[in-house]
Design a protein around this ligand. Sequence first.
Ligand code: SF4
Ligand code: SF4
Length: 135
Amino acid sequence: MSYEISRNIVKNELVDKIEELSGQNVFDCYQCGTCSAGCPVVEYMDIMPNQVMRLAQFGATEDLINSKTIWICSACLQCSTRCPKGIEVAKVMEALRSINLRKRVGTLDPNKIETEDLQDLPPIALVGAFRKLTG
Ligand code: SF4
Ligand code: SF4
């Protein structure tokens, strides 16, 4: 007997929220792995992009919300352009970051940036990092 993961089986607040924020249907993913194969920062992730999609299908809230991957993702859109199912995986990553940020949970504390770094980094990099990583 085979079990197909579908929206009818997984009733989960996280799945609904991802769909609302990203506009993507995580159940469209058939785990081909193309997104992970082309991701330029996958080696730094604790969960690969295709695994993010699979965990989202299962509604594995804690694993996703607490993963390093959603912060490591550089939003380069490579995965979104290559997915054969047309899923914008980068938007799913963004949705997961947003769920954390809306709870004021971020991964960058501006007060902990070294003074030398503040002097060396271009302002646009700091603004981008604050917008993406600060809750
Ligand atoms: S490329 Fe698309 S279909 Fe393939 S694993 Fe990634 S999200 Fe799923
Ligand atoms: S958008 Fe994120 S997950 Fe997708 S390929 Fe780029 S870094 Fe990897």
